[in-house]
Write a protein that binds this ligand. Structure first.
Ligand code: PEP
Ligand code: MN
Length: 277
Protein backbone atom coordinates (compact mmCIF):
# COMPACT_ATOMS: atom_id res chain seq x y z
CA UNK A 1 0.00 0.00 0.00
CA UNK A 2 1.54 3.30 -1.04
CA UNK A 3 -0.19 5.20 1.77
CA UNK A 4 0.92 2.92 4.59
CA UNK A 5 0.93 5.65 7.25
CA UNK A 6 -2.66 6.77 6.65
CA UNK A 7 -3.98 3.31 5.72
CA UNK A 8 -5.42 0.69 8.03
CA UNK A 9 -6.47 -2.94 8.26
CA UNK A 10 -10.21 -3.34 7.78
CA UNK A 11 -10.90 -4.21 11.43
CA UNK A 12 -9.04 -1.23 12.90
CA UNK A 13 -11.15 1.68 14.09
CA UNK A 14 -10.79 5.35 13.10
CA UNK A 15 -8.16 7.10 15.23
CA UNK A 16 -9.75 10.23 16.55
CA UNK A 17 -7.99 13.58 16.26
CA UNK A 18 -8.16 16.06 19.15
CA UNK A 19 -8.74 19.75 18.47
CA UNK A 20 -8.57 21.35 21.89
CA UNK A 21 -10.97 19.24 23.93
CA UNK A 22 -13.00 18.15 20.90
CA UNK A 23 -12.42 14.69 19.46
CA UNK A 24 -13.15 14.17 15.78
CA UNK A 25 -13.53 10.56 14.73
CA UNK A 26 -15.04 9.22 17.97
CA UNK A 27 -18.68 8.40 18.59
CA UNK A 28 -19.82 12.02 18.31
CA UNK A 29 -20.68 13.81 15.07
CA UNK A 30 -18.76 17.08 15.25
CA UNK A 31 -20.13 20.15 13.48
CA UNK A 32 -17.89 22.96 12.23
CA UNK A 33 -19.87 26.05 11.27
CA UNK A 34 -19.29 29.65 10.31
CA UNK A 35 -19.07 32.01 7.38
CA UNK A 36 -17.05 31.42 4.25
CA UNK A 37 -14.94 34.46 5.10
CA UNK A 38 -14.42 36.60 8.18
CA UNK A 39 -15.88 39.95 7.11
CA UNK A 40 -16.24 42.08 10.24
CA UNK A 41 -16.23 41.90 14.02
CA UNK A 42 -20.01 41.91 14.30
CA UNK A 43 -20.43 39.27 11.55
CA UNK A 44 -18.02 36.75 13.07
CA UNK A 45 -18.97 37.29 16.72
CA UNK A 46 -22.69 37.09 15.97
CA UNK A 47 -22.21 33.93 13.90
CA UNK A 48 -20.01 32.33 16.56
CA UNK A 49 -22.56 32.97 19.29
CA UNK A 50 -25.38 31.65 17.13
CA UNK A 51 -23.73 28.43 15.94
CA UNK A 52 -22.44 27.66 19.40
CA UNK A 53 -25.90 27.99 20.89
CA UNK A 54 -27.19 25.61 18.21
CA UNK A 55 -24.59 22.91 18.88
CA UNK A 56 -21.55 23.57 16.69
CA UNK A 57 -18.20 22.59 18.23
CA UNK A 58 -15.82 24.57 16.02
CA UNK A 59 -15.99 27.93 14.28
CA UNK A 60 -14.82 28.25 10.67
CA UNK A 61 -14.06 31.43 8.76
CA UNK A 62 -11.49 32.26 6.12
CA UNK A 63 -8.98 35.03 6.73
CA UNK A 64 -6.94 34.09 3.66
CA UNK A 65 -9.37 33.30 0.86
CA UNK A 66 -8.38 31.38 -2.28
CA UNK A 67 -10.57 33.21 -4.82
CA UNK A 68 -10.75 32.34 -8.50
CA UNK A 69 -10.57 36.03 -9.40
CA UNK A 70 -7.90 38.40 -8.08
CA UNK A 71 -10.58 41.12 -8.00
CA UNK A 72 -12.82 39.26 -5.52
CA UNK A 73 -12.58 39.78 -1.74
CA UNK A 74 -9.35 38.08 -0.65
CA UNK A 75 -9.99 38.02 3.11
CA UNK A 76 -8.90 40.20 6.02
CA UNK A 77 -5.61 38.32 6.57
CA UNK A 78 -4.16 38.88 10.08
CA UNK A 79 -7.05 41.17 11.07
CA UNK A 80 -9.36 38.26 10.27
CA UNK A 81 -7.28 35.91 12.42
CA UNK A 82 -7.54 38.37 15.32
CA UNK A 83 -11.32 38.49 14.95
CA UNK A 84 -11.48 34.69 14.98
CA UNK A 85 -9.43 34.67 18.15
CA UNK A 86 -11.79 37.22 19.70
CA UNK A 87 -14.74 34.98 18.78
CA UNK A 88 -12.98 32.07 20.47
CA UNK A 89 -12.42 34.09 23.63
CA UNK A 90 -16.08 35.06 23.76
CA UNK A 91 -17.64 31.69 22.89
CA UNK A 92 -14.99 29.08 23.69
CA UNK A 93 -15.34 27.61 20.19
CA UNK A 94 -12.16 26.17 18.69
CA UNK A 95 -11.11 27.83 15.43
CA UNK A 96 -10.43 26.36 12.00
CA UNK A 97 -9.12 28.57 9.22
CA UNK A 98 -7.25 28.12 5.97
CA UNK A 99 -3.55 28.60 5.46
CA UNK A 100 -2.47 28.97 1.83
CA UNK A 101 1.20 29.85 2.10
CA UNK A 102 3.94 28.03 4.04
CA UNK A 103 5.21 31.47 5.12
CA UNK A 104 1.93 32.11 6.99
CA UNK A 105 1.81 28.86 8.99
CA UNK A 106 3.41 30.26 12.13
CA UNK A 107 1.10 33.26 12.16
CA UNK A 108 -2.08 31.27 11.50
CA UNK A 109 -1.10 28.69 14.13
CA UNK A 110 -0.90 31.49 16.71
CA UNK A 111 -4.63 32.10 16.33
CA UNK A 112 -6.17 28.85 15.07
CA UNK A 113 -6.62 25.40 16.61
CA UNK A 114 -7.03 23.50 13.34
CA UNK A 115 -5.24 24.51 10.12
CA UNK A 116 -7.17 24.01 6.89
CA UNK A 117 -5.60 23.08 3.58
CA UNK A 118 -8.03 24.19 0.89
CA UNK A 119 -8.99 22.20 -2.15
CA UNK A 120 -6.77 24.25 -4.44
CA UNK A 121 -3.75 23.47 -2.27
CA UNK A 122 -4.26 19.77 -1.67
CA UNK A 123 -1.18 19.01 -3.74
CA UNK A 124 0.89 22.01 -2.67
CA UNK A 125 3.66 19.74 -1.46
CA UNK A 126 5.89 22.38 0.18
CA UNK A 127 2.82 23.51 2.19
CA UNK A 128 1.98 19.91 3.15
CA UNK A 129 5.55 19.24 4.23
CA UNK A 130 5.68 22.35 6.43
CA UNK A 131 2.32 21.44 7.98
CA UNK A 132 3.79 18.05 8.75
CA UNK A 133 6.22 19.81 11.05
CA UNK A 134 3.92 22.44 12.59
CA UNK A 135 2.59 20.45 15.54
CA UNK A 136 -1.02 21.39 14.89
CA UNK A 137 -3.94 19.29 13.61
CA UNK A 138 -4.66 19.65 9.91
CA UNK A 139 -7.96 19.66 8.00
CA UNK A 140 -7.11 18.42 4.50
CA UNK A 141 -9.79 19.17 1.92
CA UNK A 142 -10.02 17.00 -1.16
CA UNK A 143 -8.72 18.63 -4.34
CA UNK A 144 -11.18 19.86 -6.97
CA UNK A 145 -10.33 16.95 -9.23
CA UNK A 146 -8.31 14.70 -6.95
CA UNK A 147 -8.70 10.95 -6.93
CA UNK A 148 -9.12 9.24 -3.58
CA UNK A 149 -5.59 7.90 -3.88
CA UNK A 150 -4.15 11.39 -4.52
CA UNK A 151 -6.07 12.69 -1.49
CA UNK A 152 -4.70 9.92 0.75
CA UNK A 153 -1.19 10.47 -0.61
CA UNK A 154 -1.49 14.18 0.20
CA UNK A 155 -2.27 13.18 3.80
CA UNK A 156 0.67 10.77 3.64
CA UNK A 157 2.94 13.74 2.78
CA UNK A 158 1.88 15.48 6.01
CA UNK A 159 2.21 12.32 8.06
CA UNK A 160 5.60 11.43 6.62
CA UNK A 161 6.91 14.59 8.29
CA UNK A 162 5.68 13.43 11.69
CA UNK A 163 2.20 14.94 12.00
CA UNK A 164 -0.48 12.27 12.29
CA UNK A 165 -3.21 14.67 13.43
CA UNK A 166 -5.07 14.89 10.13
CA UNK A 167 -8.79 15.12 9.39
CA UNK A 168 -9.93 14.64 5.79
CA UNK A 169 -12.75 16.72 4.30
CA UNK A 170 -14.81 15.67 1.28
CA UNK A 171 -16.06 18.85 -0.40
CA UNK A 172 -17.23 17.60 -3.76
CA UNK A 173 -15.32 17.11 -6.99
CA UNK A 174 -15.68 18.81 -10.34
CA UNK A 175 -17.71 16.82 -12.85
CA UNK A 176 -19.73 17.43 -16.04
CA UNK A 177 -22.71 18.56 -13.90
CA UNK A 178 -23.27 22.34 -13.77
CA UNK A 179 -26.49 22.41 -11.71
CA UNK A 180 -24.55 21.80 -8.53
CA UNK A 181 -21.27 23.59 -7.86
CA UNK A 182 -19.48 20.26 -7.46
CA UNK A 183 -20.55 16.63 -7.12
CA UNK A 184 -20.58 15.32 -3.56
CA UNK A 185 -18.76 11.99 -3.48
CA UNK A 186 -20.26 10.14 -0.53
CA UNK A 187 -18.89 6.80 -1.70
CA UNK A 188 -15.44 8.30 -1.15
CA UNK A 189 -16.38 9.01 2.46
CA UNK A 190 -17.44 5.41 3.15
CA UNK A 191 -14.45 4.03 1.25
CA UNK A 192 -11.87 6.22 2.98
CA UNK A 193 -13.36 5.28 6.35
CA UNK A 194 -12.79 1.63 5.39
CA UNK A 195 -9.22 1.94 4.13
CA UNK A 196 -7.79 4.72 6.32
CA UNK A 197 -7.78 5.39 10.06
CA UNK A 198 -8.18 9.12 9.48
CA UNK A 199 -11.43 10.84 10.47
CA UNK A 200 -13.46 12.18 7.53
CA UNK A 201 -15.84 15.13 7.59
CA UNK A 202 -18.10 16.40 4.81
CA UNK A 203 -18.56 19.97 3.55
CA UNK A 204 -21.91 19.99 1.73
CA UNK A 205 -21.69 23.77 1.26
CA UNK A 206 -18.86 23.75 -1.28
CA UNK A 207 -19.98 20.36 -2.58
CA UNK A 208 -23.36 21.63 -3.72
CA UNK A 209 -23.22 25.44 -3.86
CA UNK A 210 -26.91 25.53 -2.95
CA UNK A 211 -28.21 26.19 0.55
CA UNK A 212 -31.34 24.12 -0.03
CA UNK A 213 -29.20 20.99 -0.52
CA UNK A 214 -27.23 21.38 2.70
CA UNK A 215 -29.67 19.63 5.02
CA UNK A 216 -30.36 16.54 2.87
CA UNK A 217 -26.67 16.10 1.99
CA UNK A 218 -25.67 16.54 5.66
CA UNK A 219 -28.05 13.78 6.70
CA UNK A 220 -26.77 11.57 3.88
CA UNK A 221 -23.17 12.27 4.91
CA UNK A 222 -23.82 11.19 8.49
CA UNK A 223 -25.58 8.06 7.23
CA UNK A 224 -22.56 7.34 4.99
CA UNK A 225 -20.23 7.34 8.00
CA UNK A 226 -18.87 10.90 8.11
CA UNK A 227 -17.37 11.89 11.47
CA UNK A 228 -18.54 15.46 11.16
CA UNK A 229 -19.80 18.25 8.96
CA UNK A 230 -18.48 21.63 7.89
CA UNK A 231 -21.31 24.06 7.16
CA UNK A 232 -21.20 27.65 5.94
CA UNK A 233 -23.49 29.88 8.01
CA UNK A 234 -23.91 33.65 7.59
CA UNK A 235 -26.19 36.06 9.48
CA UNK A 236 -27.30 37.58 6.14
CA UNK A 237 -26.35 35.31 3.22
CA UNK A 238 -27.68 37.78 0.63
CA UNK A 239 -25.00 40.23 1.75
CA UNK A 240 -22.13 37.75 2.16
CA UNK A 241 -18.86 38.78 0.49
CA UNK A 242 -18.38 35.19 -0.66
CA UNK A 243 -20.49 32.03 -1.06
CA UNK A 244 -23.82 33.56 -0.01
CA UNK A 245 -25.91 31.17 -2.18
CA UNK A 246 -24.59 28.15 -0.30
CA UNK A 247 -24.68 29.70 3.18
CA UNK A 248 -27.36 28.82 5.72
CA UNK A 249 -29.14 31.45 7.76
CA UNK A 250 -29.12 30.90 11.53
CA UNK A 251 -32.71 29.65 11.25
CA UNK A 252 -31.93 27.05 8.60
CA UNK A 253 -28.79 25.98 10.47
CA UNK A 254 -30.96 25.47 13.54
CA UNK A 255 -33.31 23.24 11.54
CA UNK A 256 -30.36 21.24 10.24
CA UNK A 257 -28.98 20.71 13.75
CA UNK A 258 -32.38 19.61 14.99
CA UNK A 259 -32.62 16.99 12.25
CA UNK A 260 -29.18 15.38 12.73
CA UNK A 261 -29.87 13.49 15.96
CA UNK A 262 -32.18 10.74 14.65
CA UNK A 263 -29.91 9.95 11.68
CA UNK A 264 -26.80 9.98 13.89
CA UNK A 265 -28.42 7.60 16.35
CA UNK A 266 -29.62 5.33 13.54
CA UNK A 267 -25.97 4.73 12.57
CA UNK A 268 -24.74 4.37 16.15
CA UNK A 269 -23.43 7.92 16.61
CA UNK A 270 -24.28 10.78 18.99
CA UNK A 271 -24.31 14.52 18.81
CA UNK A 272 -22.21 16.31 21.45
CA UNK A 273 -24.16 16.58 24.68
CA UNK A 274 -26.54 13.80 23.62
CA UNK A 275 -24.66 10.78 24.92
CA UNK A 276 -26.74 7.63 24.94
CA UNK A 277 -27.07 5.54 28.08
C1 PEP B 1 -13.34 26.94 2.27
O1 PEP B 1 -13.69 25.97 2.97
O2 PEP B 1 -13.26 28.08 2.73
C2 PEP B 1 -12.96 26.73 0.86
C3 PEP B 1 -12.39 27.70 0.15
O3 PEP B 1 -13.27 25.52 0.38
P1 PEP B 1 -12.54 24.66 -0.77
O4 PEP B 1 -11.07 24.78 -0.52
O5 PEP B 1 -13.09 23.30 -0.52
O6 PEP B 1 -12.99 25.24 -2.08
MN1 MN C 1 -16.72 29.25 0.91
Amino acid sequence: MSWHLVGKESHEPTKSVAVGDIHIGGSEIVVVAGPCAVESESQIIETARTVRAMGASLLRGGAYKPRSSPYSFQGLAEDGLKLLHQAKEITGLAIVTEVMDPRDIELVARYADLLQVGSRNMQNFPLLRELGRCGRPILLKRGLAATIEEWLLAAEHVMAQGNDQIILCERGVRTFEPMTRNTLDLAAVSLVKQISHLPVIVDPSHATGRWRLIQPMSLAAVAAGADGLMIEVHPAPDHALSDGPQSLTPASFHRLMQSLGPVARAVGRDLPGEKRE
